[in-house]
Design a protein around this ligand. Structure first.
Ligand code: PMP
Length: 360
């Protein structure tokens, strides 16, 4: 039987070549007779693995020397809090752009630690677009501006980096990191959980301009202190070594296939194939403004929601897995991250047409 195509929003599909390599190295990494899982994080072999992962990531994203890369335990939700602790001074405030459920969660968490202004929101439109940049009410004295680059549930993506002047821009890139090139210099901080385009859940990545940590002076746990983590190469304590090793394999896979420009070309083609199929039909619909449609997460509904269960059952029978939409919005969602091949999207499009033909 053909391997099923996994459209899960995360944890999500990983490249088959990466899983095969990890499997082959599982119990004996490069003739050491040891699994990476068993290695001391301070030993030469593991330190080399982590250094290589960082070097490959720097090459892929063209990360300039004034930025630090941190591999941290805990998901993106932990970073919602940590970034506020690190960057939001007690007497300052931060601007947040609200484009959906994940932006709102970031806002809610930051509010626990300081003053948050919602400088723009698309809540009134049902989170179906990015608010027009001309309508953002930014504070020039804000400690930072935060946005969610891709709303994993709503399927709303920033396709350009907005100009926020001299205020550092912080982006939650959990569900679009490495899907295309990014101009890192335009950001103060880029962060994300690993379980979509990077590797296993539980690891998060922080890329931060080195002058930013230390601006907030609150007491905080050392392992959440970006400055201390940077000084200690993300090793204040034992880092999630195996997850970092797997992330490194994903970075190598990306380099081998031609880097992020090639990845972007593939992702755009996959997204276009799927959106064109949805738009060509009145049986399916996607509510997001065309210029803000995500390349990674494509929510859609059937004209008749009573057919949802049958749609999902038929999809599974064809090996098209995890298409059920997020519980908060219902409908369907196809997550088509880097590791989803074009054939997977083509198989979904074929099924969309077939289902419509027989049920509409
Ligand atoms: N931000 C975004 C955009 C996400 O999609 C998610 C997870 N789906 C999170 C944050 C939270 O990530 P975690 O579960 O790793 O805390």
């Amino acid at each position: 039987m053909r391997k099923p195509f996994n459209f899960s929003a995360g944890p999500a599909v990983l490249p088959e070549a990466v899983l095969a390599r990890a499997a082959s190295e599982m119990s004996d990494w490069h003739g050491t007779g040891m699994s990476v899982m068993e290695m001391s994080h301070r030993g030469k072999d593991y330190m080399g693995i982590q250094a290589q992962a960082e070097a490959d990531l720097r090459e892929l994203l063209n990360i300039p020397s004034g930025y630090r890369v941190l591999f941290l335990a805990g998901g993106a939700t932990l970073q919602f809090a940590a970034l506020a602790l690190n960057l939001l001074p007690e007497d300052g405030s931060a601007d947040y752009i609200d484009t959906g459920i994940w932006s709102s969660k970031a806002i809610g968490e930051a509010q626990r630690f300081g003053t948050v202004r919602v400088a723009a929101s698309s809540k009134d439109s049902g989170y179906t677009r990015v608010p027009d940049r001309n309508d953002w009410n930014l504070d020039p004295n804000a400690a930072y501006v935060h946005l969610c680059g891709n709303e994993t549930i709503g399927g709303v993506e920033f396709h350009d980096t907005p100009d926020v002047g001299r205020v550092p821009l912080v982006v939650d890139a959990s569900s679009h990191i490495l899907s295309r090139p990014m101009d890192v210099r335009r950001y103060g901080m880029i962060y994300g959980g690993a379980q979509k385009n990077i590797g296993p859940a539980g690891l998060s990545l922080v890329i931060i301009r080195e002058d930013l940590p230390g601006r907030a002076r609150r007491a905080m746990p050392s392992i959440l202190d970006y400055g201390k983590q940077a000084e200690n190469d993300s090793m204040i304590n034992t880092p999630p070594t195996y997850a970092i090793y797997l992330a490194g394999l994903v970075f190598q896979w990306l380099k081998d296939l031609g880097g992020l420009t090639e990845m972007a070309r593939r992702n755009e083609a996959k997204a276009r194939l799927l959106y064109d199929a949805l738009d060509a039909s009145s049986f399916y619909s996607n509510p997001v403004a065309p210029e803000n449609r995500s390349w990674m997460n494509v929510p859609f509904t059937l004209a008749d929601a009573s057919l949802d269960a049958e749609f999902l059952k038929g999809a599974e029978a064809r090996g098209l897995m995890n298409l059920k939409g997020h519980r908060s919005v219902g409908g369907m969602r196809a997550s088509i991250y880097n590791a989803m091949p074009l054939e997977g999207v083509q198989a979904l499009v074929d099924y969309l047409k077939e289902f419509e033909r027989t049920r509409a």
